[in-house]
Design a protein around this ligand. Sequence first.
Ligand SMILES: Cc1cc2nc3c(=O)[nH]c(=O)nc-3n(C[C@H](O)[C@H](O)[C@H](O)COP(=O)(O)OP(=O)(O)OC[C@H]3O[C@@H](n4cnc5c(N)ncnc54)[C@H](O)[C@@H]3O)c2cc1C
Length: 309
Amino acid sequence: MALMRTMLLAASQNVWLRERAIKYPFVKRSVSRFMPGETLEDALAAAQSLRQLGVGSVFTHLGENVADRHAASQVTEHYLQVLDRIHQSELGAGLSVKLTQLGLDLSPDFCAENLEQIISRENKESTVWVDMEASNYVDVTLDIYKRALKRHPNLGICLQSYLYRTKKDLADLLPLRPTIRLVKGAYKEPADVAFPKKADVDANYFALAQELLRAKAAGQCPRAAFGTHDTALIGRLASLVRKESYASSDFEVQMLYGIQRAEQERLAREGHRSVVLVAYGTYWYPWFVRRLAERPANLWFMLRNVFAS
Ligand SMILES: Cc1cc2nc3c(=O)[nH]c(=O)nc-3n(C[C@H](O)[C@H](O)[C@H](O)COP(=O)(O)OP(=O)(O)OC[C@H]3O[C@@H](n4cnc5c(N)ncnc54)[C@H](O)[C@@H]3O)c2cc1C
């Protein structure tokens, strides 16, 4: 399994494979399990359906490592229009953005300006989340986040439990009253920066989640979200929430579109905050292959699609 994950994560960065894979109809059919479609309209329609079930949405326009300023500015402009559409529709949805899509590789200041434009357009009661990418981006991402958080308390950041450093990053962030989404981590990382064993990643997740819940109860963290599909882990956290008498609505779980749908609805029915990250756009290859790496059984699902009509 670990070898398969490593191979798939390497494949997610391979340009040769990307150029070919995206042309195959069976690959496109497989992608549709994880995203409602390539357009913003598809994402908005999915969010409307989720809302009927009491499940909230966060939109992300797929793309990363943008290589020129014009493209990064176009992405920024797109997100500004998305926010206008969300506000008109009264969906109450949020956004999740990747800093490398906003020009981080070109210039951190330029990227920070793009992020500033987006968060300035957002309503104060909704969150714009900053995704966490590969470990070489963590320092600069946290730096941009901390600077923007001073002006925008509704800016959220993602932290990854597979990194050794995250415990300290969380401790450094808490005095700033951050909004945090905790995930396990989706990139290929070396053993000197990330726990190689999944059991250690999971244990660190639970330890960090406990700290986050405590910080939220103490008013140090306005919004704490657990980005995971791990139902055993969610169960342990829900028990903790009950034991410590935190409000059910204070327990927020975020999942990806199309994964653990029944669990998303169950959490909403039980009064928890259940939110789905709805991805759309045409640049889905690396994102999709990271989803395969998270659960190599998805490969069989994709291969079955080779024979589907
Ligand atoms: C809302 C959200 C935002 C995220 N943002 C980031 C980010 O900014 N940076 C980052 O590095 N990572 C991000 N991730 C991805 C995350 O790091 C993990 O790679 C991913 O969530 C899988 O880990 P898991 O916690 O679900 O647990 P796992 O232990 O990997 O999975 C638990 C169970 O969930 C199910 N499952 C998990 N993944 C899949 C899948 N792809 N297909 C089908 N079933 C699956 C399986 O049943 C599996 O047994 C995000 C995830 C979510 C949900």
